[in-house]
Write a protein that binds this ligand. Structure first.
Ligand code: ADP
Length: 495
C-alpha cells in the first residue's frame, strides 16, 4: 500500500471512521458493562434472599439444641467455593450474643464483618432466628458476586482487545479502500487540472472511477475543450485586433498625409490662381495686339514669314492659356467634387499638357495609348489627373537615373465595367527591399526637398475611394503601376 499524505482526505476519513467506530464500541461496551453489573446486583439480591431463608432453616435446630458440632458442619458447608456467587462471611450468635460460629473466606480473614459487608459487589443481612415466638439466635451473612464480576471482566477484556485488533485491521482496510477510491482518482484529476493549468488541453476523460469522480473528470474534459476554444478565440481576436490597429494606423497616417497634401495643394492653388491672373492679363493684351496686327495685314503688307510667326504666337498663347487652366485645375483639391462620368481622352489631354514639359526636358520617349477614344470613367476627374501626373512624374524621376533607352508608356484599356490604366517606364522595377514600403506615407528614396513620400499613398487612397485599386506590378520586367476605375458604358453611347 502506498503512503498517504499526512493531511490527505483518505487519511482524514480513515481517522474519522475509526474514531466513530472506536467511540461506538466503547459506548456499547460501557452500556453492556453497566447492564451486566446491575444484573449481577439483582442476581446477588435474589441469592441473598434465597440463602437467608435456607440458612435460617438450617440453623434453627442446631442452635436450639446448642449442638456446636452441627453448627460448625452446617456453617462450613455453606461457605463452599461457588464459582460466581458465594457467601463471603458467616457469623452465628446465640440470643445472648454469644459467638457460636464465625467463618470468613481466606482472603478476608483480617477484616471484620461490617468491612466485608461494605466491599464492592457485596451484600449483607442480619437474620434473627426464632423457635416459636422466642428469638434463639442471630445470623450475620455477607454475600458477594465478585467471582461473577471477575469472570465477566475477564471476558470483557478479551472482547475489548479482540475488538481493538479487529478495529485496527478494519482501519487498514478502510485506509486502503479510501486510498484507492479517493486519493488515487483525485490525484489523477489533479494531474488533469495541472495539465490544463499548463495550457495542455488534450485532456482524456478518466474512466473506472467512482461515479461522482467520473462526473468531475467528465466535466473537466468538457471545461478543457471550452477553455481551449476560448483561448483560441482570444488569440484570434488579439491577432485581429492587432491587424485592425495596423489598418487604422495606416488609415490615420494616410489621412494625415492627405490633410498635409490638401493644405499644400490649397497653397499652390492660391498661388496658381494669382499667377494665372497675372499672366492672363498680359496674355489677353498680347492676344489683342496680335489679332489687331493680323487684321491690319492687308494694309501693312507683311511677309508670309511674319504671318506664320504671328499664327505661331497665337497658337502658343492658346497653349499657355490651356496650361494655366490645367495648372489651376490640378492644384485644386478635387475632394469635394461629385463623382461624375468624364471623358478619359479629354482628361489625358490635360495630363499630357502638364507633364509634357518635364518629359521633353529630359528627352524621354513618352507615349499614351488609349484603346477607345470614347471611354468614359466615373469619378473626380481632377483627382484622377493628379494621380496620373504623379505616377508619370515618378516614372520621369526613375528613368532619368538609367542610362540607355528612356521611355514611359501609358496604356488605357476599357475592359467590361472597368477602365484599366497601366503606367510603365523603362526602369528595372522597384528593389525587393523597399517594394513593401513605397505605398506608405512619407516613404521616399528621393533626396531632401525632392520627394515628400506622399505621392503614391495619396494616389492609392484616391483610387480606393473610387472603388478601384492601385498596385505595383512586380511580375513585369520593367517598372509598372496599374490602377482601375469604373467605366460608364451608357455615357459612351450618349456621348
Ligand atoms: P516621392 O515621389 O515623393 O518619393 P512617392 O510616394 O510618389 O513619393 O514615391 C515613393 C517612392 O517610391 C519613391 O521615392 C521611389 O523610391 C519609389 N517609386 C515610385 N515610383 C517609382 C518608379 N516608377 N520607379 C522606381 N521607383 C519608384
Amino acid at each position: 500500500m502506498s503512503k498517504l499524505a499526512p493531511y490527505s482526505l483518505a487519511r482524514k476519513l480513515t481517522v474519522a471512521s475509526v474514531a466513530i467506530s472506536a467511540s461506538t464500541m466503547i459506548l456499547i461496551t460501557g452500556i453492556v458493562y453497566l447492564i451486566i453489573v446491575s444484573f449481577g446486583n439483582m442476581f446477588l439480591y435474589n441469592e441473598l434472599n434465597e440463602k437467608s431463608e435456607f440458612i435460617k432453616k438450617s440453623f434453627i435446630e442446631p442452635i436450639w439444641t446448642y449442638d456446636q458440632y452441627q453448627i460448625n458442619e452446617v456453617g462450613n458447608s455453606l461457605l463452599g467455593n461457588d464459582k460466581y456467587t458465594y457467601i463471603s462471611a458467616l457469623k452465628i450468635q446465640s440470643a445472648d450474643n454469644e459467638l457460636l460460629y464465625e467463618k470468613k473466606r481466606d482472603n478476608l480473614k483480617d477484616k471484620d464483618f461490617s468491612a466485608i459487608a461494605n466491599l464492592p459487589y457485596s451484600k449483607s443481612r442480619i437474620i434473627k432466628i426464632y423457635k416459636g415466638n422466642q428469638q434463639i439466635g442471630l445470623i450475620s451473612l455477607a454475600m458477594t458476586n465478585f467471582g461473577y464480576i471477575e469472570a465477566f471482566r475477564h471476558q470483557f477484556i478479551i472482547v475489548l482487545v479482540t475488538s481493538l485488533l479487529l478495529l485496527f485491521a478494519l482501519m487498514q482496510f478502510v485506509r486502503y479502500y479510501f486510498h484507492h477510491t479517493l486519493t488515487i482518482p483525485m490525484n489523477k484529476i489533479l494531474a488533469q487540472v495541472k495539465q490544463i493549468e499548463n495550457e495542455n488541453y488534450d485532456v482524456c476523460e478518466i474512466t473506472g472511477l467512482p461515479q461522482e469522480l467520473e462526473s468531475i473528470s467528465h466535466a473537466l474534459t468538457q471545461a478543457a475543450i471550452v477553455i481551449e476554444k476560448r483561448n483560441n478565440d482570444i488569440k484570434y481576436y488579439t491577432n485581429d485586433l492587432e491587424e485592425l490597429v495596423k489598418e487604422r494606423t495606416a488609415e490615420l497616417e494616410g489621412q494625415m498625409a492627405k490633410n498635409l497634401n490638401t493644405a499644400r495643394l490649397a497653397a499652390i492653388g492660391e498661388m496658381a490662381a494669382d499667377v494665372a491672373h497675372e499672366i492672363n492679363n498680359p496674355l489677353t493684351v498680347i492676344d489683342l495686339h496680335i489679332t489687331k496686327l493680323k487684321r491690319q495685314e492687308p494694309d501693312r503688307n507683311l511677309t508670309q514669314e511674319t504671318m506664320n510667326s504671328i499664327d505661331k504666337i497665337q497658337i502658343m498663347i492658346k497653349r499657355i492659356v490651356k496650361i494655366i487652366k490645367g495648372l489651376k485645375s490640378l492644384s485644386r483639391d478635387g475632394e469635394s467634387d461629385p463623382f461624375v462620368p468624364f471623358s478619359v481622352s479629354s482628361m489625358i489631354e490635360d495630363v499630357k499638357m502638364l507633364v509634357e514639359m518635364k518629359v521633353n526636358t529630359h528627352d524621354i520617349h513618352f507615349d499614351i495609348k488609349i484603346s477607345d477614344p470614347n471611354i468614359y470613367a466615373e469619378g473626380r476627374e481632377v483627382q484622377i489627373s493628379q494621380v496620373l501626373v504623379n505616377l508619370i512624374g515618378n516614372a520621369v524621376d526613375a528613368v532619368m537615373t538609367y542610362p540607355g533607352e528612356q521611355w514611359i508608356n501609358v496604356d488605357i484599356v476599357g475592359k467590361n465595367d472597368i477602365v484599366e490604366f497601366k503606367i510603365t517606364d523603362s526602369g528595372n522595377g522597384i528593389p525587393e527591399s523597399i517594394k513593401e514600403k513605397v505605398m506608405r506615407p512619407f516613404f521616399t528614396t528621393k533626396g531632401l526637398n525632392k520627394g515628400t513620400g506622399l505621392g503614391l499613398s495619396i494616389s492609392k487612397s484616391i483610387i480606393e475611394e473610387h472603388g478601384g485599386d492601385l498596385i505595383y506590378n512586380n511580375v513585369h520586367q520593367n517598372t509598372q503601376f496599374i490602377f482601375t476605375l469604373r467605366q460608364c458604358k451608357e455615357c459612351k453611347l450618349t456621348a
